[in-house]
Design a protein around this ligand. Structure first.
Ligand code: GLY
Ligand code: MN
Length: 462
């Protein structure tokens, strides 16, 4: 955990921002796989981690926005529990570690909330992404379970996002611990891939490495010769000579901050000229986007700049035609890059997506676009020092999308479908790093992971 002062001052600021009422921050409970005693790996709620720090199930935090006092709810374990679980921290120890003003048994939470409601005070809570969270809030507030997410507090959402969007040096250091594992994951995958192996063999080794470092993945590993499927979680293909592999993966730091890195490399360690051509465009777009990542610029503009580089490169290779600016304005490039440039990263790999992407990545000055491609941009707003976000442009040849667009002659003035059809089976390429916005130069976090063609070839040959 961070120091108790860190959690106390985060809660104090939260209380000030929310102003009045009771703020409910439930932790997560265990999530059973097939019977209650056989749970999935426990993952604490990220907002609970941010404000109370404790990484165990069965807790809830309350911050009184009027008094600024905070209470941690939970129960001490009995010897019967400890026989199975081993020694556990007491609630009093947990109180000290997170600096809460008091601790109470979990069942006392009902009374606390109901008394506040009886006094006409507002009960603030966040959108709940698990059934158990909705049921708990429903029990405490009397809202119907299916209504809970319609009754959330926008004031609280905005206050949480305002704090969590700006990472402190300690948080950046955590992200860099996760990135150190990413470095090893990518090194292992690049040196281990070879024709004849199944994707699942490398996938298993990469995830095993994460576990062996005492961590867990920050999202299910994407590893495939079919990189044109953006989130490809199937790992059953046999890798062949000439295939490209996309590895999009991340780990968690000890305090659960995420890394998220994508690299694309050839199974046999050597890019064909056609692969090198497309790879070079993606790399140029990624590097160009990073130069834009500084205060005063918006991620929307960085996205548009990156896709212009892609459209221009694809025009040079004969896949696109016409005026590049007009093609980008029309959205023709989205045949090749149908997703956004990147997203905030922190305690969640898509940071605070559960609170609403538009609260995190947009504001009154930059609204989400509606055009195909741009609409998937998770973050459009202006950069501020302390933002950490990914930049992850790509070029994909998605057979179903090509067929659909070609059939409709969509953007036929900007796309050379005859040439595109020849690349139907090319696959996809994506390159992703995690970048800290500073007052001056953007900082690509973590130890550099092979990204130039020469470095990738040399890592594959290691
Ligand atoms: N790393 C997966 C994603 O950003 O969607
Ligand atoms: Mn990402």
């Amino acid at each position: 955990m961070f120091s108790a002062d860190t959690y106390s001052s985060r809660r104090k600021r939260l209380a000030e921002q929310v102003g009045s009422g009771l703020i409910l921050i439930p932790g997560n409970s265990e999530s059973p796989m097939n019977y209650p005693g056989n749970p999935y790996h426990f993952r604490q709620d990220s907002t609970f981690l941010y404000f109370f720090g404790h990484d165990v199930p069965g807790l809830a935090g309350v911050v009184d926005a009027d008094s600024g006092r905070s209470t941690l709810y939970g129960d001490d374990f009995t010897v019967d529990d400890i026989i199975w679980m081993g020694p556990q921290q007491t609630m009093a120890e947990k109180q000290d570690l997170c600096g809460a003003d008091s601790v109470r048994p979990f069942e006392a939470l009902d009374t606390h909330v109901k008394e506040a409601e009886a006094q006409g005070r507002t009960i603030h809570f966040l959108p709940q992404y698990r059934g158990e969270g909705r049921i708990l809030i429903s029990r405490l507030t009397g809202h119907q379970v299916l209504e809970v997410n319609n009754k959330t507090s926008e004031t609280l959402i905005r206050a949480v996002v305002a704090q969590r969007n700006i990472k402190s040096p300690d948080e950046v250091a955590e992200i860099e611990k996760a990135l150190e594992i990413s470095y090893e994951m990518n090194r292992l995958a690049m040196k281990s891939a070879k024709a004849g192996l199944k994707e699942q063999e490398i996938y298993g080794a990469v995830e095993g490495l994460v576990l062996s470092r005492g961590s867990h993945v920050s999202f299910p590993v994407i590893f495939s010769v079919h990189g044109e499927t953006l989130h490809n979680h199937h790992h059953h293909n046999i890798m062949k000579d000439g295939d490209l592999l996309v590895l999009d993966s991340g780990a968690e730091s000890p305090l659960h901050y995420a890394s998220d890195i994508t690299r694309t490399f050839p199974v046999n360690g050597k890019f064909t000229p056609a692969q090198a051509d497309i790879y070079s465009i993606v790399l140029e777009a990624q590097l160009a986007s990073i130069t834009r990542m500084r205060p005063g610029e918006t991620n929307r503009n960085a996205h548009l700049h990156a896709v212009s580089v892609i459209a221009s490169g694809l025009k040079d290779l004969g896949f696109m035609k016409g005026d590049v600016d007009e093609a980008v304005a029309a959205g023709a490039h989205a045949l090749f890059m149908p997703h956004g440039l990147g997203h905030m990263i922190g305690l969640d790999v898509h940071d605070m997506e559960n609170l609403g992407e538009d609260y995190v990545g947009y504001d009154e000055r930059v609204k989400r676009g509606t055009q195909f491609g741009l609409a998937y941009l998770r973050m459009g707003r202006a950069y501020e020092p302390g933002h950490v976000l990914t930049t992850e442009p790509g070029i994909y040849f998605i057979p179903e999308l090509i067929d659909q667009w070609a059939g409709e002659k969509r953007h036929a003035g900007f796309i050379n479908y005859e040439k595109v059809r020849q690349y139907r089976d090319f696959g996809g390429i994506r390159i992703e790093d995690d970048v800290l916005i500073t007052e001056t130069e953007p900082r690509v976090l973590g130890r550099p992971i092979a990204k130039t063609i020469d470095d990738v070839v040399s890592w594959c040959a290691a």
